[in-house]
Design a protein around this ligand. Sequence first.
Ligand SMILES: NC(=O)C1=CN([C@@H]2O[C@H](COP(=O)(O)OP(=O)(O)OC[C@H]3O[C@@H](n4cnc5c(N)ncnc54)[C@H](OP(=O)(O)O)[C@@H]3O)[C@@H](O)[C@H]2O)C=CC1
Ligand SMILES: O=C(O)C1=N[C@H](C(=O)O)C[C@H](O)C1
Length: 269
Amino acid sequence: MQTMPGIVVTGASGRMGQMLIRTIAASGKARLVGCLERPGHAWLGRDVGECMGGAPLGVRVSDDPLEAFAQAQGVIDFTAPAATVEFAALAAQARAVHVIGTTGLEPGHIAAIEAAARHAVIVRAGNMSLGVNLLVRLTQKVAQALDADWDIEVVEAHHRMKVDAPSGTALMLGAAAAEGRGVTLDQAMVSGRHGITGARERGSIGFSAIRGGDIVGEHDVIFAADGERIVLRHLATDRGIFARGALRAVLWGQDQKPGHYDMIDVLGL
Ligand SMILES: NC(=O)C1=CN([C@@H]2O[C@H](COP(=O)(O)OP(=O)(O)OC[C@H]3O[C@@H](n4cnc5c(N)ncnc54)[C@H](OP(=O)(O)O)[C@@H]3O)[C@@H](O)[C@H]2O)C=CC1
Ligand SMILES: O=C(O)C1=N[C@H](C(=O)O)C[C@H](O)C1
């Protein structure tokens, strides 16, 4: 009989960290074997279930990733770019599958993640939900079917605590639209217009970000032409969709060769 993979959750006290811990504990498919927080964090040394205001889960919060990863088959990481790069190197050293949900990554961070993925399985996506990854595919198809008479705009809305813009999801959708159009996102992207911008440049892909309240995550891809408009929309109302996707990814990754994968690979879309 195969044993359930042991998973470490980084950023345990965060919005996603707590959702991941609940999802793993209830799954019956994986075991929670470690929880990480920064040195000095108030939760260190305490049972993570009790820290979250519930029953004990038998896992104490630690600030030692090396020790935690050594006993794990998977690491689920929704933290911040600098931490994720550090975790990628350590998870690869431990040959643990590293699932990365962290957004706001710059090219230098991605290069470091690529290097780690030469030695271990990494699954990274700016959005782990089934719905958004399906929308990525639909966006690519619609962009491929339409010419540059159709202006493409990506509009996203998130809670007031989000620190990066455009969102990782908006960038995935923009990249899919660009791919459908046969251009790169770097060539086409226009983000956050302000002031006397001049008329819209034909073929550009625009990005706008709204931040407020407790919005979990909303994304529209607008294809606007003269006289008509197509809007592809995803609304997230519960962070459980991201946690369930991440759990699926860490289980899928157990049987893969080292490499840098995304949720399209995991979901087979
Ligand atoms: N791909 C996806 O499907 C999704 C991705 N995300 C992304 O996940 C990330 C986290 O989001 P969210 O949970 O809302 O954010 P939170 O701020 O609620 O949680 C982040 C956690 O990571 C910890 N952390 C940050 N830096 C470090 C570090 N250097 N070392 C150790 N721990 C660290 C934080 O600790 P501290 O408070 O001490 O800083 C905190 O516990 C974001 O990048 C977000 O965009 C979110 C939802 C879905
Ligand atoms: O920070 C968030 O909350 C979210 N971040 C991801 C992103 O940047 O797209 C995914 C989701 O939209 C929630």
